[in-house]
Design a protein around this ligand. Sequence first.
Ligand SMILES: Nc1ncnc2c1ncn2[C@@H]1O[C@H](COP(=O)(O)OP(=O)(O)OP(=O)(O)O)[C@@H](O)[C@H]1O
Ligand SMILES: [Mg+2]
Length: 502
Amino acid sequence: MFDSKEDTIKVETLIELNSLINSDYADVNILLARIVESAMVLSEGEAASLLLLNKGDRKLYFEVALGSKGSDVQKFSLNLGEGIAGWVAKNNKSLIVNDVEKDDRFFSDISKSVGFQTTSILAVPMRLKDSCIGVIELINKKNNRHFTENDLQWLEIFANQAALALSNARLYVKTQKEIAILQDSLQLSQGFHTLIYESKEMEMVLNVVKKVGMTNSTVLVLGESGVGKELIAEQIHLNSRYAEKPFIRVNCAALPEGLLESELFGHVRGAFTDALKDRMGKFEQAGDGTIFLDEIGELSLPVQAKLLRVLEDGIFEPLGSNEQKRVRARILSATNRNLIDLVAKGEFRKDLYYRLNVIPINVPPLRNRVSDIMPLAKHFLQFAMRDTNKTVSHFEKSAIDALHSFEWPGNIRELKNVVERAVVITQDGSIRREHLLLGQNPIEKNDEFQGKNLKDSVNLFKKYFIISCLEKHHWNQTSASRELDIQRTYLSRLMKELQIQH
Ligand SMILES: Nc1ncnc2c1ncn2[C@@H]1O[C@H](COP(=O)(O)OP(=O)(O)OP(=O)(O)O)[C@@H](O)[C@H]1O
Ligand SMILES: [Mg+2]
């Protein structure tokens, strides 16, 4: 087999690929593309693809598609058994078809719809421990020649390399995830969140956090709702000399005025009707750690006055007691309100504002740090998968585009909800555009539903649902009806009734 000059080049390429496989898993898709490209060039194919079998829906998805129509091809998927690649995956056997027109197994839809004429195909399974995890196929041997048994044997070797690269990468990702989950649970047990970011904007914020962390300054964290102000406050604490000391959170909006005072400063037994025993306030609990006053903009004016006095004097008294206690904790606060506006309206004390705002840190909204969106989305995907016990392997391009272009008025909190919902909705192991209900409730937003009775609304929903299923199956009614779990004839009738036309 290794006798010609071409074979020597192939061996050299394999050695080169092997060293890549052993060195770099940063992006396995690049590596897979490299393997397929080498196989295509060396065996003189006009185009080549690598399809992976999705365990969830048992379909083959194009991971790599090279050649003049490569990017168009990538939109398609094949059922197990469908087309030459489907046959190879189903039977776990290699196949050469040198005249596709004469072979019933050939599935012409893809070639036709992308406008690429296929004449010959060589397809081999990618195997891991003998079971097929995907298929590599070469299309059209150049100069109208035929694929040979020698081409097949070589492609099998390349497919083995690809399977190996993929399995190594998956193992790596799995270990990384396990480490991350372990770290998460370790941090979560102390109540801290894992801060995810990749953007320059957040890097700058974190640089400031690191600097102020080491000082004892009072910091005010500002930013829209859901941007992660609480996580920034946590990071200030974790980057301080007092990281091992308590981090005490107080949500100023969550407690009525009367209770807030006792929450902050504590009380002694009998201080008021319900004070059945002494209670330590948050300032005291924080000791010489950090106290984080969240939603500070919601404080009532009387409590603001008390807080100001405490901050100025550095001394507080539990309710009903004359005992003076010293404030030792570092003070952090946060709000999504515009405090300057509140000061102007007389709703927030100016003197308190200056006390709290020694160092302001602004957390940018998500739409201004788009490069954080996918890392965050993937992070929330992991959590949602654990919660729902579902396996969702990835976000498809349509979903990524939509996530990137959305405005995110609710910022990261909204992104988290969107991902959780998408994991619940998806049925096929990946997230596409239609699984993302961006901007709250799509039915509420969709004017077409307004003013309709239940029957008409349900029919409208049916129409959209069927159209999206048909689109997914490239308007192949047989496979759409299979997914909808209805008879093909019934689907046709529904299409007529609901006036669905292609
Ligand atoms: N960088 C991040 N990495 C991971 N999770 C994040 C990040 N930023 C925010 N989150 C998550 O998003 C949600 C909202 O964050 P957080 O509660 O800190 O928002 P906030 O700025 O305090 O909003 P609000 O003003 O409404 O209180 C939380 O569930 C938090 O864990
Ligand atoms: Mg908050």
